[in-house]
Design a binder for this molecule. Structure first.
Ligand SMILES: NC(=O)C1=CN([C@@H]2O[C@H](COP(=O)(O)OP(=O)(O)OC[C@H]3O[C@@H](n4cnc5c(N)ncnc54)[C@H](OP(=O)(O)O)[C@@H]3O)[C@@H](O)[C@H]2O)C=CC1
Ligand SMILES: O=C(O)CCC(=O)C(=O)O
Length: 421
């Protein structure tokens, strides 16, 4: 790989493009298809005026990027954060295309974001911003066009506001316009935990593949939000030992295993994991480098870079977050023979359960939780197997195998539809 600056290394769009280009070359991808898939097909930028609680008007910038709708409606979450950029949303939209193709569900890829700091906004301000953003992108979303979902700092309540705003404009209730909704208005059982559950499932598959045992297997998790906390809880139930939790404001370490249920309880009451008596305080950055079998970055992008990759000691890195590892760090981890479960496979449990929600909404017939989890497991097992077999057959690492598999599937559909003809 050519020499690049740290700024280029940590640009999520560049990180996505580097893997795409590499996988496309390996596939000998037709140049026309390469041009179609190299860039998003549509990028919407909106400036959202919101009346704040103190009476002044703030204008927030929001994005919705649709990378590809070749295999079905766009699909992907919406994130609220001061760090959102157009390049980040572009990368996240492309990753959704590849992720949906890896698990072979009938969606393309899209993603949205608003530059805002929801931790310093009231519920009313967040609701008004969400409703106005929905109105501003309304002609581009819909059950057959593009179906948003939760991501960082958005949740089922935000999805409920989007569904309600969309339905008001359509003059009828349209539940299938978003997934990750509350159960009472067309949400699916199991969706909230599905990303964390999927992580536990692919870790089980990796254990089998590498002939390792779950019991006592030491796990460090970065991020204790939706994905990280559910992964921690469900992996504990399966016999894994969660020895480290790294949060934004500090971390926790206990070599004998952290009592995850007690920690969840503590966090609920104190709004932080800091001060929890069942573990020692630890530096979050150092926790990523600690002795463990599995490291699960489940917070944000660019946490494993050229600056720390050579010091990672885990045997397996299972990417709960989107884009936690840079392309340069990939090569370092590959040299160290670390087994990567790439984001577009590892965290695909969320979008797979979202697919189930969309199907249930359209049928008006809702499944029990056991059915959701059983079908989720079948898809993730098969996808894990597809990726590792592809890696073996083409002598590439798991990340490149996942990209190649996905690009090949999307390219096949494009050719079959005749967009390219
Ligand atoms: N929710 C889903 O279904 C899916 C999410 N993902 C991806 O998983 C990741 C996490 O998403 P999700 O759990 O939903 O988000 P949440 O907002 O629920 O949680 C994110 C957590 O990460 C913490 N965090 C943020 N930055 C850092 C940091 N630098 N170091 C340590 N901890 C940090 C946050 O702490 P604090 O609250 O203090 O900021 C918070 O606890 C994202 O990359 C997302 O795109 C992928 C697939 C599906
Ligand atoms: O559930 C979904 O539709 C998308 C979730 C998401 O944004 C992601 O997988 O990164």
């Amino acid at each position: 790989m050519a020499t690049i600056t740290l700024e280029q290394e940590i640009n999520p769009w560049e990180a996505q493009a580097a893997r795409f280009d590499y996988a496309a070359r390996k596939l000998n991808l037709d140049e026309g298809i390469w041009k179609i898939l190299r860039y998003p097909s549509r990028e919407i930028i909106v400036h959202i005026p919101v009346m704040m609680d103190d009476g002044h008007i703030e204008v927030f910038t929001g994005f919705r990027v649709q990378h590809s709708v070749a295999r079905g409606p766009g699909k992907g979450g919406i994130r609220y954060s001061p760090d959102v950029t157009l390049d980040e949303v572009r990368a996240l939209a492309s990753w959704m295309t590849w992720k949906c193709a890896v698990v072979n569900i009938p969606f393309g890829g899209a993603k949205g974001g608003i530059i805002c700091d929801p931790k310093h906004m009231s519920m009313g301000e967040i609701e008004r911003m969400t409703r106005r953003y929905t109105s501003d992108i309304i002609e581009f979303i819909g059950p057959e066009k593009d179906v948003p979902a939760p991501d960082v700092n958005t949740n089922d309540q935000v999805m409920a506001w989007i569904m309600d705003t969309y339905s008001m404009h359509m003059r009828q209730t349209v539940t299938a316009v978003v997934t990750g909704k509350p159960l009472s208005i067309g949400g699916s059982r199991g969706r909230t935990e599905a990303t964390g559950r999927g992580i536990a499932m692919v870790c089980d598959e990796a254990m089998r593949y590498l002939s390792m045992r779950q019991e006592g297997c030491r796990v460090v998790i970065q991020g204790f939000g939706n994905v990280g906390s559910n992964a921690a809880r469900l992996m504990t139930d399966r016999g894994y030992k969660i020895v480290g939790i790294a949060e934004q404001d500090g971390g926790l370490y206990n070599p004998n295993g952290i009592d995850v249920c007690a920690l969840l309880d503590y966090r609920e009451r104190n709004r932080t994991v800091l001060g929890f008596k069942g573990a020692e305080a630890a530096d979050s950055d150092q926790l990523l480098l600690s002795d463990c079998e599995i490291l699960i970055p489940a917070a944000t992008e660019n946490v494993i870079t050229s600056r720390n990759a050579d010091r990672i000691k885990a045997r397996i890195v299972c990417e709960g977050a989107n884009g936690p590892t840079t392309a340069v760090a990939d090569e370092i981890l590959a040299d160290k023979k670390i087994f990567i479960i790439p984001d577009i496979l590892a965290n695909a449990g969320g979008v797979t359960a979202s697919y189930f929600e969309w199907v249930q909404d359209r049928q008006g017939y809702f499944w029990n939780e056991a059915t959701v989890n059983e079908r989720l497991e079948a898809i993730l097992r098969e996808s894990f197997d597809d990726v590792v077999r592809y890696a073996e057959a083409h002598n590439v690492n798991n990340r490149i195998a996942a990209y190649m598999l996905a690009i090949d599937r999307v390219a096949f559909t494009i050719k079959q539809r005749g967009i390219y003809a």
